[in-house]
Design a protein around this ligand. Structure first.
Ligand SMILES: [Zn+2]
Ligand SMILES: [Zn+2]
Length: 125
């Protein structure tokens, strides 16, 4: 039985190596062999956010996803088939041009939606 701190290390390593932010359920599934429970996953993710090590990514109509806080600025792609969320490098930028006159822009989120390469290659029956 791994010690709780082993779980914390495993979650951090998983998030760092993932191709995009992960939901609590995806974390639990990926670390199933460590015997981690969903309550522990939620607790570690919450603590990571409180410590400023993880950032919660809100996915509309989906579970919150988490990623390491030290990623450079990037955006996300949600696959509508497998519901995985991938990192997308780059930024459309110039969003201040969309900002209404007199408003000041602080930050932005861009979420692309479609089908990932794995799901695009699998013909739907
Ligand atoms: Zn997919
Ligand atoms: Zn951007």
């Amino acid at each position: 039985m791994p010690r709780p701190s082993d779980h914390a290390v495993a979650v951090t390593r998983l998030l760092e190596e993932a191709q995009g932010p992960l939901s609590a359920d995806e974390v639990r599934q990926a670390l199933a062999e460590t015997g981690i429970g969903i309550a522990t996953v939620y607790r570690l993710l919450k603590r990571g956010v409180e410590d400023g090590r993880y950032i919660p990514i809100e996915i509309p109509n989906g579970p919150t996803h988490y990623e390491p806080a030290d990623r450079p600025h990037h955006h996300h792609f949600e696959c509508l088939t497998c519901h995985r969320v991938y990192d997308v490098m780059g930024c459309p930028g110039h969003l201040d041009e969309l900002t209404p006159e007199g408003f000041s822009l602080e930050s932005h989120d861009v979420l692309l939606r479609g089908h990932c390469v794995t799901c695009s290659e699998t013909p739907t029956p």
